[in-house]
Write a protein that binds this ligand. Structure first.
Ligand code: AMP
Ligand code: MG
Length: 428
């Protein structure tokens, strides 16, 4: 018996992406270790505790305007008076943000500023633009204001607890911390946060053709040599996902060298990530090397770009082998490795969201496999397609601002709604 998607069954059906993803995520047991980091440093980390608020935010009813805190009933009374006194009330206190006033004396108003607590007895704020400060006898401002109409009760008052109530879970375990989440944690007084430890990832590229930029000048490149581009975007993607990366460089296409690199990488890492050499050609040594040290499943996933993909284990480390073609490597990282690394850190919802957007292109040559087309949003609210969708053309991933997730065999006509996944959804 051979399994779907296994290379031992070349004519068997390729494995659907969703099956590959759920199998892969079943291996992503969250790392047990947690650590405390400063809330300042926690952007992009994964929360390892529920954050429960010990206080309400805001802590007290406060003004959302610069103006005057009033009692509506008193304003109505003042408006009954005959001109020129109609609507006039004396200012009995001044309350700035950071101070607290005293109960509002009857038939007076309180000068108040944004964020300052509403004094006991006041039930509305009138913004200063709607108040007239009467001139005093000496020509300067007096201590009396005129209000033209009765405000609605509650006007310009931000209620205590309208953001966070006491005892509320403001952020949950498993949440990926964003800049706004750091602000929210700070608003309930948290200066340290318990987060999952960073996954330690060893990264290497395989391929005798690979040369590091800087080692050989473009005009000196030997025939057949190419620069190692995967190493640069894979490292950057890993860092964005909160990983500690050990960059083990380029490993030659030899079994002994591949075995040695894997053995070294398995030492202190949670994941060994490689690109290239994952097919079953004579120059592809990943499969036999991983098998000699541990175990490996090589999957032929029904997606384009990105068919070959390997998951295995070497000692205590997870192993993931990505295809060598740059766009295949990039796309399989985003679709499979990213959710895997998020779940290692305890993220509970790593599902990728797509949105429906009209295609402003045609795609007649639909593939049997589910395709991820490099596209870009245009000013008219539609999607343009990068002309060359080859898995070796990295320009497509730079020109594009996302992927169209196109079902197997689905041709696309102009105006059809397609599923769009913005890169911003995948690179955050
Ligand atoms: P492979 O998966 O090793 O058969 O490689 C498939 C294709 O991707 C070949 O054309 C390789 O030259 C290319 N390739 C493999 N690794 C890299 C890399 N790190 N950077 C750029 N291209 C690569
Ligand atoms: Mg190769």
């Amino acid at each position: 018996m051979t399994r779907p998607g296994s290379p031992d069954s070349p004519r068997a059906a390729l494995m659907p992406l969703d099956d590959a993803l759920s199998q892969l995520l079943a291996f992503a047991v969250p790392l047990a270790d947690i650590e405390f980091v400063s809330t300042f440093e926690a952007d992009g980390r994964v929360l390892a505790q529920d954050l429960v608020s010990d206080l309400q935010v805001p802590p007290h009813d406060n003004s959302s305007m610069d103006g005057y805190a009033v009692r509506c009933f008193d304003v109505a009374q003042a408006l009954q008076a005959t001109a020129p006194e109609a609507g006039t009330l004396p200012v009995s206190q001044r309350i700035a943000a950071g101070s607290s006033g005293v109960p509002l004396a009857p038939m007076t108003v309180a000068r108040i500023f944004t964020g300052a607590p509403i004094p006991f007895g006041a039930d509305a704020v009138v913004m200063q633009e709607d108040c007239e400060v009467l001139p005093g006898a000496d020509g300067h401002s007096s201590n009396v204001v005129r209000i033209k109409s009765v405000p609605a009760p509650g006007q310009w008052i931000r209620r205590a607890g309208e953001d966070v109530t006491r005892g509320a879970v403001v952020l949950s375990k498993g949440e990926l911390l964003t800049p706004a989440a750091l602000g929210l944690a700070a608003s309930i007084g948290m200066n340290l946060l318990q987060v999952a430890r960073r996954p330690r990832v060893a990264l290497f590229s395989t391929g005798d053709e690979l040369v590091m930029p800087g080692d050989v000048a473009p005009e000196q490149m030997k025939p057949g040599a190419i620069y190692n581009s995967n190493r640069f975007f894979l490292r950057a993607l890993l860092l964005r996902l909160g990983c500690e990366v050990s960059d083990l460089g380029i490993v030659p296409d030899r079994l002994d060298a591949t075995v040695a690199a894997l053995q070294a990488a398995a030492q202190d890492h949670d994941l060994i990530l490689t690109s290239g050499g994952v097919s079953v050609g004579e120059e592809d040594h990943i499969k036999p090397a991983v098998q000699s040290l541990g175990q490996l499943d090589l999957w032929q996933i029904a997606i384009k770009p990105g068919k070959p993909f390997a998951y295995g284990r070497v000692a205590n480390a997870h192993f993931i082998g990505l295809p060598g073609n740059p766009v295949s490597s990039f796309v399989t990282f985003l679709l499979l490795v990213r959710p895997f690394l998020l779940e290692l850190q305890g993220v509970t919802h790593s599902a990728i969201k797509s949105i429906a957007i009209p295609a402003h292109f045609t795609w007649a040559r639909a593939d049997k496999r589910r395709e991820f087309l490099r596209v870009r949003r245009n000013a008219a609210g539609g999607l343009d397609l990068f002309a060359n969708q080859s898995s070796g053309v990295l320009t497509s991933a730079v020109w594009g601002d996302g992927l169209v997730d196109n079902p197997p065999g689905q041709a696309i006509a102009i105006g059809d709604h397609v599923r769009f996944i913005p890169f911003s959804e995948l690179l955050g």
